[in-house]
Design a protein around this ligand. Structure first.
Ligand code: API
Length: 276
């Protein structure tokens, strides 16, 4: 089955996007992982399938990590899929549904996309954690980092506050933290340096993907955790290796994320060339 694909990214966090809104596609976790492989597939941080929208959504977005695991949120991909839905409808707004909820999105005058990423979930059972714990101070550490906060944006995030990001060996400590026993569904691990109350520098070791140039849900979780700790305001610029996102934790608990989208190229893919 030969079909078109679109290679997109949000600040370098890159995606292969397939469109299954008009007809279902034979996608399995194994085939998603094979297509995401950067040597034997097209290669991407997340594999995205657009499906028909339900219950007020213009589109349903299914998210696979390169290890084949399905994720409940992907902020950078949400902006990209919202952009595609808006281009199709000719409107300046679109609602994207994921397995975690409905995400209203809009194009801002400067051309960036702002997504209401929904409420940050702060309870230990919502992150989720394996046992009851104070999500502001988790009993977890690794070489050079300790005492993270945690929350969910529809996917699990831990946030370590560090004095100097450049001093950390993230490929060494990321995997052990991602798979720590306290995270029954693993977790995305953020490392943040607070530059100012309205400016955070963040790097994320992503669950199922490793180090990425940007993580939208991670930027949201980081801002929320920093504000909860009194280390930042409720709105800030989050600077990731791939660029900046503007994040706001609204008084109603919803988290707004604004940032760019880009299409790198389009092409055709033969799904039968990839093992199901
Ligand atoms: N690795 C994440 C999914 C992608 C998140 C990230 N790319 C974003 O922009 O939010 C997880 O397993 O929860």
């Amino acid at each position: 089955m030969i079909i078109p694909f679109r290679k997109m990214h949000g600040l370098g966090n890159d995606f292969v996007v397939l469109d299954a809104r008009r007809a279902p596609l034979p996608i399995t976790p194994g085939r998603a992982a094979a297509i995401a492989d950067r040597h034997t597939g097209i290669g991407c941080d997340q594999f995205i399938v657009m499906e028909p929208g339900t219950e007020g959504a213009d589109v349903f977005m299914r998210i696979y990590n390169p290890d084949g695991s399905e994720a409940g949120a992907c902020g950078n991909a949400t902006r990209c899929v919202a952009e595609l839905a808006m281009a199709d409808s000719g409107s300046g707004a679109a609602a994207v549904r994921t397995i975690s909820g409905l995400l209203p999105s809009e194009r801002l005058p400067d051309g960036t996309i702002r997504v209401d990423m929904g409420e940050a979930r702060l309870g230990w059972g919502e992150v989720p954690l394996a046992q009851e714990a104070d999500t502001l101070h988790l009993p977890l550490s690794a070489d050079g980092v300790s005492d993270p906060a945690a929350c969910s944006m529809g996917n699990p995030h831990a946030t370590f506050f560090v004095p100097d990001l450049a001093a950390l060996d993230l490929p060494r400590i990321g995997p052990e933290l991602e798979h720590a026993a306290i995270f029954p569904q693993r977790a995305n691990i953020g490392f943040v340096q607070v530059l100012a109350p309205d400016h955070l520098r963040l790097a994320v070791w992503e669950r199922g993907a490793g180090l990425t140039l940007a993580c939208g849900s991670g930027a949201c979780a980081t801002l929320v955790n920093a504000a909860r700790r009194g280390l930042s305001a409720r709105a800030a610029t989050v600077s990731l290796p791939g660029g900046d996102l503007r994040i706001e934790w609204r008084d109603d608990g919803h988290v707004l994320m604004a940032g760019p989208t880009a299409t790198a190229f389009t092409g055709m893919i033969d799904l039968d060339a990839y093992p199901a």
